[in-house]
Design a protein. Structure first.
Lengths: 83, 129, 172
């Protein structure tokens, strides 16, 4: 079951990566990258279930903050200079 | 208890896969923002429930903090991106069929503007009107 | 003044204890110090805030509505993504809401992102106007009704207490 979860998360990451390469504008790319970071947080949670030890939960918190702030900054950039 | 948690985890991962399909397939940039924001938020909630059921105590608390952060900030990030794309499309594929102004306030005088239906040009036209 | 510091400091100390995974005296003391300092550091954000009273029953109803909306919006989205035909009819709707406080409008704007097919774009607090991007805009009235409903739920949950001084942006 855990393996299945990881497989699905990996598949979704590949799809996001496709959009990150393809998406014609900066906004498309940053949407995909932000979603990939969210997938990373979910993967950390799944790994915590697998090992029974939430050792990377700190990293998950930081990732959540960084993803949000980074996306916000790029959004401001797009609004001002165009993407 | 373990089975429910596993089911929740897989359901959450499936929803992330749906988000991936949406972002890769949809043809409208703003629609992709919709898909990424909503689907990842629900996927996160499902994964959170699954993880908390399996790791109670302080570990679960920490995880729920991380995921609560995501649930709170993800919609906001989606809003910021949607706003930026709409203001300055650039090379994004954006298509807007209707623009309308409606009143939701009974105390204000009604606005007599009719419903305007103007197809906007999508694609790389001018960088931001 | 101390009351204004109490809740934020308590909350920050709790977060501190969770992050450090310990509830020893040293952790709690440092947590209180850090929490109090942070609350002091951002005190200017509390100066012009309007006061709202939270009604618990209405708040619960709002949360229930939000959870249902989250699931519903995702189901609609799933249908849209998985079927090959394009059902989208994108539109931008500018809704003029009844005059509300900044907090209520912010909560409504944030919640719009999770309701089916909508994404909030612009928020003008002075005129209480909210612009949303709707993915399946078939019926303008239906979308407007949804937004109205959301605004009603939020206004019921967060009642504005201080009505003596009009807000800064009030221009009739």
């Amino acid at each position: 079951m855990i393996t299945l979860t990881f497989a699905l998360l990996t598949a979704s990451t590949l799809l996001f990566a496709f959009r990150a390469f393809r998406g014609p504008s900066v906004a498309d790319r940053v949407v995909a990258v932000d979603a990939m970071v969210i997938v990373a947080i979910a993967a950390i949670a799944t790994d915590a279930v697998r090992t029974g030890d939430a050792r990377f939960a700190d990293a998950a918190i930081l990732l959540a903050l960084v993803a949000f702030v980074g996306t916000g900054i790029v959004a401001r950039f797009i609004e001002r200079r165009g993407g | 208890m373990g089975v429910l948690a596993d089911v929740l985890l897989v359901a959450g991962a499936l929803w992330f896969l749906l988000a991936g399909i949406g972002v890769a397939r949809l043809g409208d940039s703003l629609a992709r923002v919709h898909a990424a924001t909503k689907a990842t938020t629900l996927g996160m909630v499902l994964v959170l429930l699954g993880a908390i059921l399996q790791s109670p105590g302080a570990d679960g608390l920490k995880l729920s903090l991380a995921i609560a952060l995501v649930v709170l900030t993800n919609p906001l990030a989606g809003h910021l991106l949607g706003r930026a794309v709409e203001a300055n499309p650039g090379t994004a594929e954006v298509r807007i069929d209707i623009r309308a102004t409606v009143e939701a306030d009974e105390t204000r005088p009604p606005d007599d503007r009719p419903l305007e239906s103007e197809p906007d040009e999508a694609g790389p036209d001018e960088a931001g009107a | 003044m101390i009351a204004g510091y109490l809740v934020p400091t308590l909350w920050l100390t709790t977060l501190w204890a969770v992050l450090w995974r310990s509830t020893t005296t040293a952790t709690l003391v440092t947590g209180v110090v850090v929490g109090a300092f942070l609350t002091w550091a951002v005190r200017h954000t509390h100066e012009h805030r309007e006061h709202h009273r939270i009604r618990p029953v209405a708040l619960l109803r709002y949360f229930a509505h939000m959870m249902v909306a989250l699931v519903k919006s995702n189901l609609i989205l799933a249908y849209e993504i998985l079927t090959p035909t394009d059902y989208t009819r994108p539109g931008v709707l500018e809704v003029r809401l009844p005059k509300s406080s900044e907090l209520v409008l912010t909560v409504v704007a944030n919640s719009m992102t999770l309701t089916p097919g909508t994404l909030s774009l612009e928020l003008d607090v002075d005129t209480s106007t909210l612009s949303v991007h709707v993915l399946h805009l078939r019926n303008v009235d239906a979308a407007r009704a949804e937004i109205e409903e959301l605004h009603r739920l939020v206004s019921a949950a967060l009642m504005q207490v201080d009505r003596r001084t009009p807000p800064e942006g009030a221009r009739a």
